[in-house]
Write a protein that binds this ligand. Structure first.
Ligand code: SF4
Ligand code: SF4
Length: 521
């Protein structure tokens, strides 16, 4: 039998003539040419090229237990718990800020994450986190292949959850297949209705949890069920319920294989040093049952063609055909094959995590290298350093950021006014930002403008001084109209507005601006 790995399926030799589906000019010019097109009226070719669109066969993957399955359980429980429970965690920020630990407060344009509060002008923190997430994925992919896809991607986690529901309601693989092929009886209708009700509940809880990240969770939940929540809340839950059930309950592996762009990107990032789930064909081939192998010692490889690895696969692929885009590297086939090998008394690892480089070494009879050498290589170290560098920079910026900020906008029309006593007055709009979750007293002072006095709309001209104190409410930007005056004869010049918090933090910010005056004076 020819090796399917090396065979060129697009051109097949039949009766001494190479026939291809591609247009071949010689087919017209010379019907006797050694290569010609397979004409439609000719009998079907022995080997047809793969179809572009495969009819879907629903995957009924079999239950399996093993170290990787248990790890998958662990990741699934942790990620689902994080998603559903996080909006209910409280975090005391004092009386002036919400007490929800993680909250995207769109109304007030804030993002709260435990002790961190991000304002709109600090969006670079969010951008930094997204960049870190991207580089983190590069790091994980180059080290352990598509581990994200196999364990932590929401599509994988929810598909796994729905597959467990299938198993709970309809039984394991064979029972589900039988039920799928059975005619519609009342029993089947009842089972389907029951299963789809569970699907719907999972979708509802998933969509419902999402909106809780955008408002106080207990209040929103009460409003939601009393019909008082905003229409957008109901719309969001409806859309997310629908997408969860459709993508996780029905489309499942189709999303990974056809819809998601990430496998295509990942494929480009894998190299011969990346860990992937691999079938060791040099050890497994040719395949043959235990009986055959006993009758013909040395004739068969370790694979007994039991197809357990295919039956447990959540995407329904056969890893023995080589690395493929449908493989999300969940490693359940490793669990299945290891169990088979144990049962028949052969060494584990016929299917295993391995790099292509190590596969070649093993096939040549050399010992595989330590997994640490696979993980610690220049590419993964470089990704880690970039990832860690960005994380360190973000932490540093977070640590040294000031919770006080000042912006100044001088009036330009008119730039100055002459008062009745000959003094010159300029007007400014100040914005005082207090990023603490408590009101703060702050001092606004003039620097570099000798003799100048300042007052505001709230502090009259009679109390004019070189500095003024105002209170800025918690977690807000207070706008202040400030008037600065110099005695008659003042010249145009630059000066500084300095804002200082009058508390233990003593934070300050300054803005250099301009005082305008008539040129003649
Ligand atoms: S589980 Fe192992 S032995 Fe069975 S078919 Fe798959 S590779 Fe072969
Ligand atoms: S081939 Fe194995 S690792 Fe790949 S998706 Fe299927 S079970 Fe998971």
């Amino acid at each position: 039998m020819s090796n399917p790995e090396t065979r060129d399926w697009s051109a097949v030799v039949e009766d001494g003539v190479t026939k291809t589906n591609e247009p071949v000019s010689s087919a017209v010019a010379d019907p006797e040419a050694a290569t010609r097109r397979h004409e439609p009226h000719e009998p079907p070719r022995e080997h047809l090229p793969e179809r572009l669109y495969e009819k879907r066969e629903f995957v009924h993957n079999k239950r399996i237990d093993g170290p990787f399955r248990r790890f998958k359980w662990f990741v699934m429980i942790v990620t689902l718990a994080i998603y559903y429970v996080t909006p209910w965690i409280r975090w005391d920020r004092g009386p002036y800020a919400p007490d929800q630990a993680v909250l995207v407060d769109l109304a007030h344009r804030r993002f709260y994450m435990f002790g961190i509060e991000i304002w709109p002008h600090e969006f670079y923190f969010v951008a930094g986190l997204l960049i870190m997430a991207g580089i983190g994925l590069f790091l994980v992919t180059s080290a352990v292949g598509r581990a994200w896809c196999g364990y932590a991607c929401p599509q994988t986690v929810w598909t796994d959850l729905f597959q467990h529901v299938d198993r709970f309601v309809d039984g394991d693989r064979n029972a589900r297949r039988r039920l799928d092929n059975a005619p519609w009886t009342w029993g089947k209708v009842f089972r389907r209705a029951f299963k789809w009700t569970i699907y719907l509940l999972i979708g509802l809880v998933t969509g419902g949890a999402w909106i809780l990240y955008f408002a106080d969770a207990p209040t929103l939940l009460r409003d939601f069920f009393s019909g008082e929540a905003a229409p957008i809340a109901y719309i969001t839950v409806a859309v997310l319920t629908l997408t969860t059930v459709t993508l996780g309950g029905f489309m499942r592996e189709q999303v990974c294989i056809y819809m998601c762009p990430w496998p295509r990107i990942q494929t480009a990032m894998l190299d011969e040093k990346s860990l992937i789930v691999t079938y060791k064909d040099w050890r497994g081939e040719p395949r043959g049952s235990v009986k055959k192998a006993r009758r013909n010692p040395g004739q068969f490889g370790d694979c007994i063609d039991c197809t357990q690895c295919v039956q447990v696969c959540p995407t329904g692929i056969d890893i023995r055909e080589g690395p493929q885009i449908g493989c999300i590297t969940c490693a359940l086939c490793i669990d299945a094959c290891d169990r088979v090998m144990k049962d028949i008394g052969r060494p584990r690892g016929l299917i295993d995590y391995a790099t292509l480089e190590d596969c070649e070494r093993e096939a040549a009879g050399e010992a595989p290298r330590s997994p640490w050498r696979t993980l610690l290589r220049p590419r993964t170290v470089a990704y880690f350093l970039i990832w860690g560098g960005i994380g360190g920079a973000l932490l540093f910026a977070l640590g040294v950021r000031s919770h006080t900020e000042l912006t100044v906008a001088p009036d330009r029309n008119p730039p100055y006014m002459l008062l009745s006593d000959g003094s010159v007055r300029n007007s400014y709009t100040l914005k005082l930002r207090n990023m603490e979750s408590r009101p703060r007293r702050m001092e606004i002072a003039l620097e570099g403008l000798p003799g100048a006095v300042m007052w505001t709309d709230a502090i009259g001209k009679n109390d004019a001084a070189a500095s003024q104190t105002v209170t800025v409410p918690a977690d807000l930007v207070r706008q202040v109209r400030a008037y600065v005056a110099l005695p008659a004869g003042a010249k145009a010049q630059a000066f500084i507005f300095r804002l200082t918090s009058l508390d233990e933090q003593n934070e300050s910010d300054e803005v250099t601006t301009r005082f305008d005056a008539p040129e003649e004076q």
